[in-house]
Design a protein. Structure first.
Length: 385
């Protein structure tokens, strides 16, 4: 843990001067041919966060190395873009749509590709939210339920292959209310599993389709980097047998977030989230803690059960120009049924992060999160919630 903290601080210390240099004004276009490669790169990032409403599609690329004890050394690349569906009518009250592509490869055999974004039609009449992920990872399995997952001795290795998609189409019903269908797909394949591990006869691979509905109330000023507003979303979907699913189950998921501006450049963001499943839920579709958005710092999948609930409060502070920091604290619990929630089984979470505004209202984030006996370093785009 001390080694990772030192590495995180060193990474920030080396990054800040570079990112600060990227705030310099661009060299006029008529002198570009006399500018060296390094200066062109600085100019490119220096202009990346400036609004470009005269362009139909504003697209930028950034990448860099990272390290964690789980995935070892890796290289991540982020491609981020914004576009206005009402273009060239820039006066139309339409929120900017956004799209992001995140690719990552590490020396520990972790390969992932994520494609996510939000698409708004003119006047925000319709919206589409999508998240598609492909992963091939050498990872670990501790079993199912708090009793098994909390025991380090249960740790075994396996190869995790997955393809997931979550797509939500919704219509603006007025008064900041959105309603529409949800389509969910997931394919999970566990390879090279340890026969002595706590798989308990679980299927090593599953493929499921789900359909449902989602209801939202959204007053956020910006989806990718909110400073004020409210967001509540309740979704209910089913993976029934008549869709060809071998394992039929249902999922209820709720997210409630409040964003309060404090003093200049500061925002207090709070989120309550739960994911409840019932029926014949396969292990790969169960609720988990950890990763980039939920209980940052925990090994993703270390804690796994049919349901989970988590809460997080985060203080976000802009420090200087495009640079900011965050502090957060939270807690979570996994369970098969609510009666299993106990005080001693509640998992704590806290951490610190650095933000750099890569594009207008789109941040590159570096987070160092801590949990019960764990910590993790995260490199990603946009806020965790």
């Amino acid at each position: 843990m001390q080694l990772r903290l030192i590495q995180f601080i060193t990474f920030i210390a080396l990054s800040v001067p570079l990112l600060a240099a990227q705030d310099t004004d661009s060299v006029p276009s008529d002198t570009t041919k006399h500018v060296g490669l390094i200066q062109r790169i600085i100019n490119y990032f220096g202009d990346a966060n400036k609004p470009k409403r005269h362009k139909r599609f504003d697209f930028s690329v950034i990448g860099g190395p990272h390290y964690s004890s789980d995935s070892k050394f890796g290289l991540g690349v982020v491609l981020a873009g914004e576009y206005d569906t009402a273009f060239p009518d820039t006066l139309t009250d339409t929120q900017l749509s956004n799209v992001g592509l995140y690719a990552d490869a590490t020396t520990a055999g972790h390969f992932s590709l994520s494609f996510r974004g939000n698409h708004f039609t003119p006047f925000n009449k319709f919206r589409a939210t999508y998240d598609v992920t492909f992963e091939s990872i050498d990872t670990k399995f501790w079993g199912i339920g708090y009793a098994q997952c909390s025991q380090d001795i249960n740790e075994t290795d396996y190869r995790y292959l997955a393809a997931r998609a979550n797509i939500n189409f919704s219509r603006n019903m007025g008064s900041n209310i959105y309603f529409g269908p949800v389509l969910v797909f997931d394919y999970i394949n566990a390879r090279h599993t340890d026969p002595s591990a706590l798989w308990d006869g679980l299927p090593k691979h599953t493929l499921n389709w789900g359909l449902g509905l989602a209801l939202e109330y959204d007053t956020r000023d910006c989806i990718t980097s909110c400073h004020k507003g409210l967001f509540f979303k309740m979704s209910q979907y089913f993976d029934p047998s008549w869709l060809g699913n071998k394992y039929a189950f249902a999922v209820n998921e709720f997210t409630g977030a409040v964003y309060n501006p404090l003093w200049k450049g500061a925002c207090l963001a709070s989120q309550l989230h739960w994911r409840l499943t019932w029926g014949d839920t396969p292990w790969g579709a169960m609720s988990t803690l950890g990763g980039s958005h939920n209980m940052r710092g925990y090994f993703e999948g270390r804690y796994r059960d049919k349901s989970e609930v988590d809460i997080c409060v985060e203080l976000r502070q802009n420090v200087w120009r495009r640079n900011g920091v965050v502090l957060w604290g939270g807690a979570a619990s996994i369970f098969a049924k609510p009666s299993q929630i106990q005080l001693k089984r509640i998992l704590p979470n806290w951490g610190i992060g650095y933000r750099w505004e890569f594009k207008k209202n789109m941040n590159i984030r570096l987070d160092l999160g801590f949990g019960r006996g764990q910590c993790g370093f995260i490199f990603n785009i946009n806020e965790a919630f």
